[in-house]
Design a protein around this ligand. Structure first.
Ligand code: ADP
Ligand code: MG
Length: 342
């Protein structure tokens, strides 16, 4: 069945099932002119949205509708994690060609709701329109954070260490194999699967963000969506500081290392410039680094690495490569108004 046959209201009816996972504070979810919920007066509201456009941010040939749904919610949740906050309520706007199948939208919505459920996020409304030029998904996510715990990009200080959760480069390696996999048929299947999953199913670091926020462990934070180099540059520009990264300390996703050597792409470049790893990149005063590493190990089992330090602005943003040569860290990565890698 095509969505044109069930119409806008039929579609909204299907989407609206199982959307409230945390009913506390919700007066109205989907179904009225506005959603309505009460907020706690002692918290700051965090608001973010991310728009995904077919053939710009995703292609339907490389992911299932369920994966696409999950990822579109996950990238928003990751933005809330980067502020040290808790995600709460989401609005889902969809543009879809009228010949889209109802089953496709059901699966897409299921993916969105699956991810929402994992983080106790409610889907409380949205908009549905016809889009002649392909699928568009826009999710607006509202979260909250204690006023004294919010972590901004603009507050890194010279002398702070630069730290990152998890491992980088998996998503970039996965994207290459999703787009040109047929060229590289000799790569072991388990490796292929692992990097593709890193690209298609990122895990937002909410727990990690909350631990960092509650312990006031970071001086600035961002999630890695465009690549370590680009996102570190954003912190440096916002904070008016420089930075030095040690390439040898950058944690590279093991399967991305294997893919890199098999397809002759430098794994370090995948980690520095690849993007979409959705790990947390943050600065912390050196006295807190040991606590952070221990706390992460004890409470979460999540790896966290020290990869460099914040410097004075005059020192620029540098990376010491594996040969010990210090060069500018170019903020290349994904930017919608430039070509990839330029
Ligand atoms: P209005 O015309 O008053 O803006 P709509 O008829 O567009 O309202 O929507 C009816 C209800 O369905 C509203 O609660 C709206 O937020 C919700 N809704 C519409 N599209 C979506 C969607 N894609 N996902 C979730 N909720 C939606
Ligand atoms: Mg109305």
């Amino acid at each position: 069945m095509r969505i044109s046959e069930i119409g806008e209201f039929g579609l909204i009816n299907r989407i609206s099932k199982d959307t409230i996972t945390n009913p506390k504070n919700i007066l109205l979810g989907i179904g009225d002119d506005c959603a309505a919920y009460s907020t706690s007066s002692d918290k700051i509201v965090l608001a973010t949205c991310d728009m995904l456009v077919e053939n710009v941010h995703f292609t339907l040939s490389t992911c299932s509708p369920r994966q696409l749904g999950r990822k579109s919610m996950a990238v928003n949740i990751s933005d809330v994690a980067a502020m040290g906050g808790i995600p709460r309520n989401a609005l889902l706007s969809l543009g879809a060609p009228s010949d889209t199948s109802v089953e496709f939208i059901d699966q897409l919505a299921d993916g969105i709701k699956d991810e929402a459920k994992l983080f106790e996020v409610n889907v409380i409304g949205g908009d549905t329109v016809r889009s002649p030029l392909g699928l568009v998904i826009n999710i607006t996510l509202i979260g909250e954070v204690e006023p004294d715990l919010i972590i901004k990009r603009s507050t890194a200080r010279p002398g702070d260490l630069i730290m990152v959760t998890g491992e980088l480069g998996g998503s970039a390696a996965g994207l290459i194999l999703l787009l040109e996999g047929e060229k590289y048929s000799s790569i072991p299947l388990n490796i292929v699967k692992e990097v593709k999953l890193a690209h298609l199913s990122p895990v937002p670091r909410i727990k990690e963000g909350r631990i960092i926020a509650r312990g006031k462990l970071a001086t600035s934070m961002i999630d890695i969506s465009d690549g370590l180099a680009s996102d570190l540059t954003r912190i440096c520009e916002a904070s008016n500081v420089g930075a030095k990264v040690y390439a040898s300390e950058v944690p590279i996703f093991p399967a991305a290392k294997e893919v890199g050597s098999l397809i002759k792409k430098n794994p370090l470049a995948l980690a520095l410039y690849g993007g979409e790893d959705y790990e947390l990149l943050f600065s912390a005063s050196p006295e807190k680094a040991d606590d952070i590493i221990k706390l992460f190990k004890k409470e979460l089992g999540t790896k966290v690495s020290i990869i460099g330090e914040i410097r004075d602005k005059q020192e620029g943003i540098k990376v010491e490569d594996l040969q010990g040569k210090v060069v500018d860290l170019q903020p290349k990565g994904y930017n919608h108004f430039r070509k990839r890698g330029k």
